[in-house]
Write a protein that binds this ligand. Structure first.
Ligand SMILES: [Zn+2]
Length: 204
């Protein structure tokens, strides 16, 4: 049985040399890295394999696999970069996308969920009153709440914020590893990512 090319676009967890998760990539790219010899595939027993030894593993009917030129090869779900020992950047980019993600598409005034197209970014303290465009002063708001608030602070408008705005503790990469769409093969490595590791501010 030959699996469709769609599997090449599914996700693979990337570890650094110390087995810490640093990235998510595609199966396609993971195979490139393996083939180039800059990465090793990692199985559930933490054993590592170069491209040849991985390609030699037998494929059982239950394994995800792809058809290469002359054989079926298991799809790796975790790879390790041999020469990479950095950890991911912790700074979360101040972007519309990340603000919506932090606020989970909830209007921070009425608490309802909206499609992103029906949300604005709202300056809690309006710019006209000296409010800055920063994590702690920008939140998601629906159009109705935005209009009601106008150019006023929440207090002036008699409105309340659901949560005080703050810089999120995660990175988009982390958000993905905590999503329900992660693979069971990732779990042994994600569980090593404890809160103190992620909450430590790292120097570049
Ligand atoms: Zn609202």
């Amino acid at each position: 049985m030959r699996v469709s090319a769609a599997v090449l676009n599914t996700k693979v967890l990337v570890l650094n040399r110390s087995y810490l998760p640093v990235h998510i990539t595609s199966v396609r790219r993971a195979f490139c890295l393996l083939y180039q010899g800059v990465a090793r595939a990692v199985n559930e027993q933490y054993h590592t394999f170069d491209f040849e030894s991985w390609a030699d593993l037998s494929v059982s009917v239950h394994d995800e696999h792809i058809g290469l030129v002359d054989r079926l090869v298991r799809v790796p779900r975790v790879i390790l970069l041999l020469a990479y020992d950095r950890v991911p950047r912790r700074q979360v980019r101040f972007s519309r996308f990340n603000i919506y993600s932090r606020d989970r598409n909830l209007c921070q005034y009425c608490g309802k969920t909206y499609p992103r197209s029906e949300l604005n970014l709202d300056h809690v303290v309006p710019r006209s009153q000296g409010g800055l465009s920063r994590w702690d002063n920008v939140v998601c708001s629906c159009h109705a709440c935005n209009r009601r608030k106008g150019g006023r602070t929440p207090e002036q408008a008699g409105m309340r914020l659901l949560h005080r705005a703050r810089r999120p503790e995660w990175t988009p990469f982390m958000l993905e590893t905590f999503s329900p769409r992660r693979y069971k093969e990732w779990m042994p490595f994600l569980s090593t990512v404890d809160a103190s590791y992620w909450n430590t501010e790292l120097l570049e």
